[in-house]
Design a protein around this ligand. Structure first.
Ligand SMILES: C[S@@+](CC[C@H](N)C(=O)[O-])C[C@H]1O[C@@H](n2cnc3c(N)ncnc32)[C@H](O)[C@@H]1O
Length: 231
């Protein structure tokens, strides 16, 4: 392919990926007011002892981007390059911003696949369109449906994982993926500080030193757990 970037350069720096990411991050920034308007509902639900996923269904948030930040996206890209990742798995794709960073990394490594997951059909459609616009469609397989079903039976070994769907599912999703993780693979998990209580079991699991991970919470965005699978 003529536009394949195999020279050690970074395809994030070139169009169409560069301008598309600028456009999507700008839209997501404007969109934050929509998310902020949902906060009272979220807070009152929390005060009534409910969990995020009970209060906010994927359908009720189908217009919200809630993406990784640019800094997180670049860290995902660089980690994919560091690991020479070929097989990447993502829980929670939304409109595909994080998927674009990951798929760009896979492409710049010479090829591979990002298996994404999105339960909300309209978001799935928009994510596929965005990957197509980025010229990265052949490096992404975004699966529509519940990740606990769509991420079963994956090709092994997995080099890199992003957990960014609903927070009560981080534990079952990592348990599902763990048998396919290769030694030295990296698992990122987003929103550790915002959902401190819901994500406590996950953080304890990866930080305990007893479950095959070494892990630390990076002060990037609202807490980005960085875990290496040691086997
Ligand atoms: C925080 S957003 C993901 C943002 C995305 N990683 C990005 O950076 O653009 C979380 C997404 O997870 C999706 N989701 C929630 N529960 C899910 C499930 N069980 N399976 C698949 N996707 C799910 C939601 O619909 C939502 O779009």
């Amino acid at each position: 392919m003529g536009d394949r970037n195999m020279s050690g350069e970074c395809s994030l720096q070139f169009d169409p990926i560069k301008s598309l990411l600028a456009e999507l991050h700008a839209e997501a920034y404007r969109d934050r007011f929509r998310f902020i308007s949902l906060l009272p509902r979220l807070l009152s639900g929390f005060l009534r002892g409910k969990d995020f996923s009970e209060i906010m269904t994927p359908a009720s948030m189908k217009e919200c981007y809630i993406p990784v930040s640019r800094e997180q996206g670049e860290l995902l890209y660089l980690t994919a390059r560091t690991l020479n990742a070929k097989n990447v798995v993502e829980f929670g794709t939304s409109f595909g911003i994080s998927t674009i960073y990951l798929a760009a990394g896979v492409r710049d490594n010479g090829g591979g696949i990002v298996i994404g997951s999105e339960i909300e059909p309209s978001k799935h459609t928009r994510a596929e369109r965005n990957l197509h616009r980025a010229g990265l469609a052949e490096y992404a397989d975004i699966r529509l449906g519940d990740a606990l079903e769509t991420l079963k039976n994956l090709p092994q070994p997995i080099d890199l994982v992003l957990l960014d769907g609903w927070k009560d599912l981080y534990m079952p999703v990592i348990e599902l993926l763990k048998p396919n993780l290769r030694k030295g693979s990296v698992v990122f998990a987003d929103n550790i500080f915002t959902f401190r209580k819901s994500l406590r079991p996950y953080v304890d699991y990866v930080q305990s030193g007893q479950n095959g991970f070494v892990s630390t919470t990076l002060h990037v965005a609202d807490g980005f757990e960085y875990s290496v699978y040691t086997g």
